[in-house]
Design a protein around this ligand. Structure first.
Ligand code: MRU
Length: 343
């Protein structure tokens, strides 16, 4: 299993995803601000993984308290700091809200007991995420046939979760069922999560993966070299509109043109039941230098104006199904999601 994030010796330990695949470096973070910066700088990224980082970050905040009278203030400050790190992935806010409930229920029971409760909750979320991914994998693998070539975008793998993956969990499960499949990984500019992380994850497990640049998918679909698309998600609205890594929408449009199934794999914690449509999903705009550079190398003019939206929204009508831990939601997605929300 991939060592995305863990708790060791009163510190939050995570693999530095910016350094992969060249180097496997682990960071031991000892303050809430370090955890918040790790999320902002994408040391850790991927919707469920940043939720877990925030949960451990809140436990860390309470572990560092020396005097109980600072309890409420410290928790509130840590909560606010983590809340502001990245705006799009619903899982971040879902995790913070869940931890807050535990804090409120236990804040009067003594500092030591509270530390224990918060850490236990963060660890529970970590374990649950792994189990959820594996269940999603089981449901999702049924959509993949022996011999298929699956296109995926960004990294919705173990590194983006507690360790198995959403979209890559579906692929892993298909392989575990003995299906001989191939994966095409979009490189995913600007930060190359597909090239750096998805290829690394799949190759180390011996799952055949071929890297393509983001502009090659249409050509390969037209040539009949892609059977279906499976991607992850950062936030899903009530009608099924889905925010995911920038470029996902273009892939969905291409899949529709070529009559290929386009699936999203996402757990309950990615759904935003307060949003009617994807219109309301906040889209993060990141630093222009991420586009001007590849790694640290400038590839254009140092001052050329740049747009850098980190996510886009794929309309529900382009989605063939959403693979969740409770089964595959099928169109019409609106009613299917309402039922899912109520369960
Ligand atoms: O900007 P990132 O790398 O955090 O974006 C991640 C993605 O878009 C993933 O595909 C998404 O979070 C699904 S992860 C299970």
């Amino acid at each position: 299993m991939l060592p995305t994030i863990t708790w060791e010796n009163e510190a939050v330990v995570m693999i530095d995803q910016r350094k992969l695949p060249q180097k496997e470096v682990y960071l031991s973070l000892k303050s809430v601000d370090e955890v918040a910066q790790a999320i902002e700088k994408m040391v850790i990224r991927g919707a469920p993984a940043i939720g877990l980082a925030a949960a451990y970050g809140l436990a860390l905040a309470i572990y560092q308290i020396k005097d109980e009278k600072h309890l409420d203030k410290t928790f509130e400050a840590a909560y606010e700091r983590l809340w502001r790190t990245r705006p799009t992935a619903r899982n971040l806010f879902w995790a913070l809200e869940r931890m807050k409930k535990v804090f409120i229920r236990n804040r009067k029971g003594g500092l030591e007991a509270l530390k224990d409760r918060l850490l236990t909750e963060a660890r529970r979320m970590d374990e649950e995420d792994l189990a959820i991914n594996m269940r999603m994998g089981e449901y999702g693998q049924k959509l993949i046939s022996d011999g298929d070539t699956v296109l995926t975008h960004c990294n919705a793998g173990g590194l983006a979760t507690a360790g198995y993956g959403t979209a890559l969990g579906v692929i892993r499960a298909a392989v575990a069922h003995g299906k001989k499949i191939k994966v095409l990984a979009d490189e995913t500019r600007p930060l190359l999560q597909g090239a750096r992380l998805t290829c690394w994850e799949l190759q180390r497990e011996g799952i055949p993966v071929t890297l393509i640049t983001d502009n090659m998918a249409g050509y390969l679909m037209k040539k009949g070299e892609i059977s279906l698309v499976v991607v992850g998600a950062d936030r899903i609205a009530l009608n099924g509109d889905t925010a995911n890594k920038i470029g996902t929408y273009s892939v969905a449009v291409l899949a529709r043109e070529h009559r290929l199934p386009f699936y999203v794999a996402a757990p309950f914690s990615t759904f935003d039941f307060s949003l009617k449509t994807g219109e309301g999903i906040p889209i993060e705009e990141r630093q222009p230098d991420e586009v001007r550079k590849i790694g640290s190398k400038l590839i254009t003019l140092a001052d050329v104006p740049v747009r850098n939206p980190a996510f886009d929204v794929t309309p529900a009508r382009l989605i063939s199904g959403i693979i969740t831990e409770r089964g595959v939601l099928r169109p019409p997605l609106g009613p299917a999601i309402k039922k899912f929300a109520g369960n």
